[in-house]
Design a protein around this ligand. Structure first.
Ligand code: SF4
Length: 277
């Protein structure tokens, strides 16, 4: 087991409660948990095992608010009562001021809140203008929580939320600060897209028509980049299952070794990490 430097009393987790947390984390896996574990096991430990509270970043707040507004827009389509632009703006403003779930500390805006809010709203406008989604076409599903029991593969339950399914295409929308690299986006998002495909197949009994990533890019002139991917291949499914096995083994062996690299520059646990030995 790795040794961790002593922490302030408020952050200490007892051996017993840590054991319980690890057990729970082994029962279900989501894309965000698995991606965090694969990116850096120590970061995973700080975030999910110790649950060390950190301030929500402005970028996350913008992303969440845009996501909530677009969710309302797609839900209204599903109900065949499309939102007007004014109603969408109201949804966005409401999401912006909505209190958080308490897992993160409040955003430190440093005087940038109004410009961040404007950026978020412009992204919503871009999405409506450029997504090419037919307003008259009812989605198959919007923001639906799903799970897949993978016990027969010796794996934990997969859990996730499908943003949007339209004509059997799984669509995930997200905000980003830089234009996604067309050659690499399928690889960098493979864990997430494979998880969605497994969840979709488990819950519908059908193979998805394909997967679309809708990246809203926060540039001076915001834009929407749509990446169209084919259905998950057998090889991708096998890779996902191998990664899930590594996750289980890592948690079993309490292997929370750090992975120093470029991602450390934006890691919220940098200070805690420097105490690790
Ligand atoms: S600073 Fe880097 S190595 Fe340390 S926990 Fe964060 S991502 Fe991992």
């Amino acid at each position: 087991m790795n040794t961790l430097a002593p922490s302030p009393p408020a952050l200490q987790v007892t051996e017993r409660s840590e054991h319980e947390v690890l057990q729970r984390l082994q029962e279900t896996v989501s894309a965000s948990r698995l991606n965090c574990f694969l990116q850096c096991r120590l970061k995973f430990y700080f975030r999910y095992v110790r649950a060390i509270p950190k301030a929500k970043t402005p970028a996350l707040h913008v992303g969440n608010s845009v996501h909530a507004a677009l969710k309302a827009w797609h839900k209204a389509r599903w109900l065949t009562k499309p939102l007007t632009l004014k109603q969408l703006h109201e949804e966005f403003v409401e999401a912006w001021v909505e209190p958080d779930d308490g897992k993160l500390l409040p955003v430190q805006w440093d005087g940038e809140e109004e410009s961040a809010k404007l950026t978020g709203w412009r992204l919503c406008e871009v999405y409506l203008r450029e997504s090419g989604i037919d307003l008259g076409e009812k989605p198959d599903a919007v923001e639906v929580p799903v799970e897949a029991d993978l016990a027969k593969h010796g794996l934990p339950r997969l859990i996730g939320i499908l943003d949007l399914v339209q004509k059997r295409r799984i669509i995930d929308y997200k905000t980003t600060s830089s234009t996604p690299n067309a050659d690499k986006v399928a690889h960098t998002h493979e864990v997430q897209t494979s998880i969605y495909a497994v969840l979709y197949r488990f819950n519908t009994g059908h193979v998805e028509q394909g997967i679309e990533l809708h990246h809203l890019v926060k540039l001076k002139n915001p834009k929407l980049v749509i990446t169209t991917l084919p259905p998950m291949s057998d090889q991708q499914r096998t890779r996902l299952f191998r990664l899930m096995e590594a996750y289980l083994e890592g948690l079993d062996g309490r292997d929370f070794i750090p992975s120093p690299g470029m991602a450390c520059a934006s890691c919220e646990y940098f200070n805690e990490c420097r105490q690790w030995h």
